[in-house]
Design a protein around this ligand. Structure first.
Ligand SMILES: Cc1ncc(COP(=O)(O)O)c(C=O)c1O
Length: 430
């Protein structure tokens, strides 16, 4: 593993200036640890890129499906970001800390009436319409509430972003949005312009996730600008806003490389300027929705090693006290991670093992054939880059409790999500 990490004189892994072994002692394991400075610098880098390359004419909306809790909305709010929510629950959490509703984009391919009502009543800035039925329902709801709902249309630009099928959302065969090539995107735009009690502010797309190349993004920007031009030609309406979604890749293992966020905005801004010039369009207000790339690399999960089982000539299983209930990404996608024994961080990772979770599911693994040092019961096993789609995808499978989230910064730690308790587990049981 080529990953750089910090160690102290005890040979322990250090996260945000704090000894990871001490964190495990203080808060128990499994434990989600998030380095706050990594989150802040990603947010600032994205924001600065819009200021520098697009004259500040845009809004970075943190895609909170990657990691949703009160504190992350507070931080995003302080940093001047917007947020993308995808359920009534995420919306509630954001609003509960006073997140400005006008800076919220509300997504989802099957929003309920209740969720739409909640979004309209709260004054959400953009409701991203995903299907024709939703548009009709939204119009009725807005009328009933005496409001006009601001709408973006989710478009499938048809770009192949070379990523994992399960997280591919830009192609025609996707449950999200309206396809360009079939004409349904144009049809829904026309329909929206004719629908009462909604106001079309722009179009949205999201081409996939964990993307490491620039080309899919710049191609998408071109396609979307061309669509804005087509809409103008066919309807006379010039759309104000273009939301280019998220999807920027992060480093999980040595196989990954990361696009610099500044260079992303530089390249996309160039394309948008060129298109606006040649197509005689005004420059749209740009929205972007990075999720994984803001919180992913900030997170490390700490586990305690329990059983170590060697099956001769086959493999060694190193079992830890977490698993698919705190990180379902391996069982969902075969996701890869870097592992390290936090209490032996200065020792060589000289064997290949399978790290197994504790759930009653053979597929409950965190990694197969991964490099690790000599793991023994009681060691602290760290898994890197777990800040996105881990805590937010956690469950109570096998009635395991969801671990707490601790933020670390400048040598200090603080709890931002308390550990669940057994009482929490039975709270709603009758
Ligand atoms: C509409 C939309 N925006 C933003 C994101 C965030 O993507 P990522 O976390 O890869 O940046 C997603 C992820 O699925 C999405 O569906």
């Amino acid at each position: 593993m080529n990953r750089k990490f910090e160690t102290n004189s005890k040979g322990h892994l250090v996260l945000g200036g704090v000894d990871a072994v001490e964190l495990a002692k203080e808060y128990g394991t499994p434990l989600y640890v998030m380095e706050e400075n990594t989150i802040l610098s990603a947010m600032r880098e994205y924001k600065a890129s819009v200021d520098r390359f697009y004259n500040g004419n845009g809004l970075i909306c943190f895609a909170s499906k990657a990691f949703s809790c009160k504190e992350i909305y507070r931080i995003a709010m302080r940093e001047g970001l917007g947020t993308d929510v995808v359920s009534g629950g995420e919306l509630y959490t954001a609003l509960s800390v006073g997140f400005p509703a006008e800076k919220i984009c509300f997504h989802g391919n099957n929003k309920s009436d209740k969720e739409l009502e909640y979004a309209v009543t709260s004054g959400v800035g953009r409701i991203v319409v995903d299907n024709a039925e939703e548009l009709e329902r939204l119009s009725k709801i807005a009328k009933k509430l005496g409001k006009t709902a601001p709408v973006m249309i989710r478009v499938k630009p048809g770009v192949d972003a070379h990523t994992h099928n399960f997280i591919m959302t830009g192609q025609i065969d996707s449950k999200f949005g309206f396809a360009l090539e079939t004409g349904e995107a144009m049809d829904i735009v026309k329909k929206t312009l004719d629908t009462p009690d909604v106001r079309l502010v722009g179009i949205h797309c999201h081409i996939g996730s964990q993307i490491h190349e620039m080309l899919p993004f710049t191609e998408t920007a071109k396609i979307m600008m061309k669509f804005i031009a087509d809409v103008k030609k066919e309807t006379g309406a010039e759309l104000d806003e273009l939301n280019l979604g998220g999807g920027f890749g992060i480093i999980y293992t040595d196989e990954d490389k990361r696009i610099e966020y500044l260079s992303y905005m530089e390249a996309v801004s160039k394309v948008i300027h060129e298109c606006a010039d040649s197509m005689k369009l005004k420059l749209p207000f740009i929205l972007m929705e990075p999720g994984r790339s803001i919180v992913g690399e900030a997170g490390t999960t700490l586990y305690t090693v329990g059983a170590v089982k060697t099956i001769p000539k086959i493999r060694t299983y190193v079992s830890v006290d977490g698993g698919m209930f705190d990180n379902p990404r391996y069982i969902l996608y075969g996701a890869k991670y870097d592992f390290l024994l936090a209490n032996k961080a200065d020792k060589p990772a000289d064997r290949k093992v399978t790290v197994a979770g504790k759930c009653c599911e053979s597929g409950d693994l965190l990694g197969e054939n991964v490099e690790l040092g000599n793991a023994e019961s009681g060691d602290i096993c760290a898994v890197f880059s777990t800040g996105a789609y881990n805590y937010s995808m956690s469950s109570n499978y096998n009635r395991n409790v969801i671990p707490p989230v601790v933020f670390v910064k400048d040598g200090k730690s603080r709890v931002v999500v308390k550990p669940q308790t057994y009482e929490d587990l039975v709270r709603n049981d009758i």
